[in-house]
Design a protein around this ligand. Structure first.
Ligand SMILES: NC(=O)c1ccc[n+]([C@@H]2O[C@H](COP(=O)([O-])OP(=O)(O)OC[C@H]3O[C@@H](n4cnc5c(N)ncnc54)[C@H](OP(=O)(O)O)[C@@H]3O)[C@@H](O)[C@H]2O)c1
Length: 355
């Protein structure tokens, strides 16, 4: 079985989709048809790729289209998804425009792939910070019933697109020289370099940000728990890639640290990095015989972790009945975006929906 696939959008997410399709040997019948707002040649996923200006006839003959454009009325999926569907394609969208539409499934293949059928022409992929959260939460919820979630994030600048990566890189030299840092307030409200900004996306009337409410609303939708109490604080940190999350969970049923470790170790898409450190020098250097291993955003550069959700610091929360704390890390551009949409297409292929 082979698939004719297209891609709209060539920012960091589009770049990773090109890589994922190649690395995962997604069975393309012809090279990916790549579109953006203008025609040009660019290096994407390490290859020189011909990009075409998006227009209706380019969607003809495609089985599946990955959308990695911008959101809103002038965004890629709002402008072009219907045209792609009319041309016969299934659309898988990284953007937020359709995520909360009750007629559009919001899919993480490890959790709710069964919501996709032949009739599902448009599929939404969740926000990066939501994907890594739910991949770890879903198996624990099945085991012990989550009663409440408190999550704080530490999100890399690439989560805000290529312009944000360039803005951080531009601020670095002045910062290192101790000079005042100029900042483009259309990207970050304040200089991001050497600081942490509790401000991702726009503020809402109640003081939460849209990013925080995406995590709340999308997690509820994916877990089919519309009333689950979830509260979030989303923080931008000056690192290029990888989101980390500190998560406090309260459960209906008792669940020990060991049970949670066991469940997560067997959960699809999860790698547990916890327990005694494997660094033989750690005890000597830091004189800490209790030292534990844990994941950080630096780990996602390792091939074996780049498409996985890494979980560590699994601890009992002794201030409440049935409480746990977790630390969750993933590559926001891979499992948080590109890998997830390619995995959705792989599952559609395996189920005979495409191909
Ligand atoms: N970054 C993340 O961690 C992350 C994670 C999950 C989901 N997402 C979502 O994934 C999408 C892409 O993210 P990104 O960070 O790669 O964004 P980005 O750097 O802003 O790139 C957006 C790309 O979309 C193209 N585009 C925008 N509007 C278009 C239109 N109307 N028609 C055709 N092409 C259009 C742009 O074309 P030009 O190059 O020609 O301007 C550009 O190549 C966004 O919706 C984002 O919210 C991002």
């Amino acid at each position: 079985m082979t698939v004719r696939a297209g891609l709209v959008g060539v920012g960091p997410v589009g770049d990773r989709i090109v890589r994922c399709v190649r690395e995962r040997s997604f069975p393309l019948s012809k090279p990916l048809r790549v579109m953006a707002t203008s025609a040009r040649t660019e290096i994407l996923g390490g290859e020189q790729i011909q990009i075409q200006e998006t227009r209706a006839e380019l969607f003809e003959g495609l089985d599946v289209v990955f959308f990695a454009g911008r959101e809103g009325a002038k965004g890629a999926s709002v402008q072009w998804a219907q045209t792609a569907i009319e041309g016969g394609a299934y659309c898988i969208d990284n953007g937020s425009d359709f995520r909360l539409d009750p007629t559009v499934p919001l899919v993480v293949p490890e959790i709710n792939m069964d919501e996709v059928s032949e009739e599902t022409r448009l599929i939404a992929s969740p926000n990066c910070s939501t994907i890594q959260l739910v991949v770890a939460l879903a198996p624990l919820h099945r085991a012990a019933g989550i009663k409440r979630v408190v999550v704080s994030t530490y999100q890399s600048v690439s989560g805000w697109g290529q312009a944000a990566v360039e803005e951080m890189e531009r601020q670095l030299p002045a910062c290192l020289r101790g000079n005042p840092v100029e900042c483009d307030p259309s990207i970050f409200a304040r200089p991001i370099m050497l600081d942490c900004l509790p401000h991702i996306d726009r503020f809402m009337a109640d003081g939460y940000t849209k990013e925080e409410m995406k995590m709340v609303d999308e997690t509820r939708k994916i877990l089919s728990e519309p009333d689950m109490p979830i509260t979030a604080t989303a923080v931008r940190v000056p690192i290029p890639l990888g989101h980390s999350e500190s998560v406090n969970l309260e459960f209906e049923q008792p669940i020990t640290r060991e049970e949670a470790m066991d469940i997560l170790s067997q959960a699809p898409g999860v790698v547990v990095i916890d327990g005694p450190t494997e660094d033989p020098a750690a005890v000597e250097y830091r004189n800490d015989p209790q030292e534990l291993q844990y994941p950080t955003a630096a780990d996602i550069y390792e091939d074996r972790y780049k498409d996985m959700v890494l979980v560590g610091r699994i601890r009992q929360d002794n201030t409440i009945d049935n409480g746990l704390n977790l630390w969750i890390v993933a590559d926001n551009l891979r499992k948080g975006a590109a890998t997830n949409v390619v995995q959705i297409a792989e599952s559609m292929l395996a189920r005979g929906i495409i191909g």
